[in-house]
Design a protein around this ligand. Structure first.
Ligand code: ADP
Length: 542
């Protein structure tokens, strides 16, 4: 084999940090606070990251150690994202929305040594601390009554004081690009949380891919509202991509409900955003009710984590804001597909493409495996489980013998769908959510999308419930918009010209809200359980 003449320069987070803090030193991280937005430059962030690394080293953190965060999206959280891997340690954002037992399980499983905690989350964290076995130090960001942590036997520190006492420079080590840089656990929508460990190389490559025009299209002139939590798949990799491209970040902190989020948009004036559909749906309703809020800076919102309802995409189109649908998962860093229509598409065709999960982004490869284990063709019709591989796709779970999700060098995603000949993925369901009715599959996602297009419906979740005759039948749980009325019969009628008659739900429940998982997706487990326990007021149509 002939050798190349290229240099073998490792893809390290410290290089990405140097690049952003140096060449894009004037770019900013804007964080929402009670007193309005506060802002730091990438240059300042670079220095603060060096100080944080020095402080962590002084606390005994060495390469390979886990440093957890228990934080909202904010400037300090980005500092941790950069400092911890750059010093050779592993940053581990904990999902603050999980049940305490789950968080303790995860922190113990990961062997977290230090936790950096936001002051606003301290009360909850203090209750958790006694069950965190490996934690030796807690660093609190922002003014707080740290006495709630006393008696815990761990070191308690103030973030800003630690940074002020640390040197302004740090001699970053030369780490192997294949070593661990960060880790996240799946949010456990299915089963107990499983750890995914990202490498310097995988994060760097993913960060290089995000800014491409057909991907997220990021440039140094952008200000990106990062609503997707940093504890959710590394904030979709946006903080790292920002340091490569110089895109500024707008971090909403704890202000995630529609009213303060809308205010933050009006004040900080981001032009792009990224988040799950429920966040954008809440914002959309708020803007409908408060037309005076100025969100005119926004041009484009990436939406993923769950399927975007067609009506939501349309509602934002009408505001002149383009939603870009994307698909991925914790195991995929998360980027898999992005739904930018091909150049030749126009009119309705463009919308059809935009509503797919999107086209696979290189270097992610995919295949479809049908119900019998055969490889299914990319004809846009045939349905199978999506399997993926690539340099930012995990090949296993951390400290877990799992061969259910891995085989022949592919990751089984648990998502079911079809792929068009030009590589656009259309998901129809999750393997466990698809409704198996009389030997046919009914897509819960498709029914939900149609229902959320009804003017009286705010949210809809469809689940399969046991049925004597068909095995399973769909049950539709709907939340009505305030002040609106719609009878199940009317909603059934509304669906009848949109899906085949045998797919129409007979069972209906009007509920106050659809239960959500810790990352804002519909929690169908809870709806199924409520149905089984007769806790839902179900109307059955004849
Ligand atoms: P969890 O599996 O715990 O919910 P993830 O955030 O990793 O955690 O979720 C990944 C899953 O979310 C995917 O496997 C898929 O089922 C779903 N998902 C992500 N993006 C989309 C999308 N655009 N459309 C439909 N489903 C999506």
């Amino acid at each position: 084999m002939a050798e190349s003449t290229m240099m073998d320069v490792p893809l390290q987070i410290r290089r990405l940090l140097d690049h952003g803090a140096g060449l894009h030193g004037g770019s900013r991280i804007v964080t929402a606070t009670d007193e309005g937005p506060r802002s730091v430059t990438f240059a300042e962030t670079g220095e603060r990251a060096a100080r944080l690394a020095g402080a962590l080293q002084a606390l005994g953190i060495s390469p390979g150690d886990r440093v957890a965060t228990f934080m909202w999206n904010n400037a300090e959280h980005v500092e941790a994202y950069l400092a911890v891997p750059s010093m050779g340690a592993v940053v581990h954002p904990l999902n603050i929305r999980l049940f305490p037992e789950q968080i303790a399980f995860i922190a113990n499983h990961a062997n977290d040594r230090v936790v950096i905690v936001d002051n606003t989350l301290l009360a909850g964290f203090a209750k958790l601390l006694p069950s965190l076995k490996s934690v030796r130090h807690v660093i609190v960001c922002g003014p707080a009554d740290r006495s709630v942590l006393e008696g815990s036997g761990v070191g308690i520190h103030d973030y800003d004081q630690l940074l002020a006492a640390a040197p302004a420079e740090f001699a970053w080590p030369d780490v192997d690009e294949r070593t661990a840089a960060a880790m996240c656990y799946t949010s456990g929508t299915t089963g107990h949380p499983k750890g995914v460990v990202y490498s310097h190389r995988s994060i760097y490559l993913h960060a290089l891919a995000l800014p491409a025009p057909d991907v997220f299209g990021l440039s140094s002139g952008d200000l990106v509202l990062t609503v997707v939590p940093q504890f959710h798949v590394l904030g979709w990799g946006l903080p790292y991509a920002a340091f490569l491209t110089g895109s500024s970040l707008a971090m909403p902190g704890q202000y995630l409900t529609p009213e303060p989020l809308a205010r933050f948009i009006a004040e900080a004036r981001p032009n792009k955003g990224a988040g799950v559909p429920t966040v954008w749906a809440g914002l959309q309703q708020h803007l409908d009710d408060h037309p005076e809020v100025d969100v005119s800076s926004l041009t484009e919102l990436v939406v993923g984590g769950a399927a975007v309802p067609p009506a939501l995409l349309q509602a934002y189109d009408e505001r002149g804001i383009t939603m870009v649908h994307a698909w991925g998962m914790t195991e995929m860093s998360p980027l898999g597909t992005v739904a930018r229509p091909p150049a030749h598409a126009s009119g309705e065709d463009r919308t059809r493409y935009r509503l797919t999960q999107g086209r696979f982004v290189a270097p992610v490869e995919a295949r479809l495996v049908g119900p019998t284990g055969d490889i299914v063709g990319w004809d846009g019709e045939s349905v199978g489980e999506v399997e993926v591989r690539g340099p930012w796709i995990t090949g296993s779970y951390y400290r877990e013998d799992d061969d259910e999700h891995f085989g022949e060098g592919w990751l089984r995603t648990g998502d079911v769908g079809s792929i068009t000949p030009d590589g656009y993925l259309k998901l129809t369901d999750r393997v466990k959510d698809v409704i198996k009715s009389g030997g046919e599959w009914i897509s819960s996602v498709e029914l939900e999308g149609h229902l959320m297009g009804h003017p009286a419906v705010a949210e809809a979740a469809v689940v399969g419930v046991p049925d004597d005759r068909w095995g399973e039948r769909p049950l539709a749980a709907v939340v009505l918009r305030e002040g609106q009325k719609a009878e199940p019969g009317e909603l059934h009628e509304f669906l009848s010209n949109k899906v085949a008659a045998w797919q129409l739900p007979e069972r209906w429940a009007v509920v106050d809200e659809i239960p959500k998982t810790s990352v804002g997706k519909f929690d169908k487990k809870i709806i199924r359980t409520a149905y089984t326990h007769d806790d839902l007021n179900v109307t059955t149509l004849g």
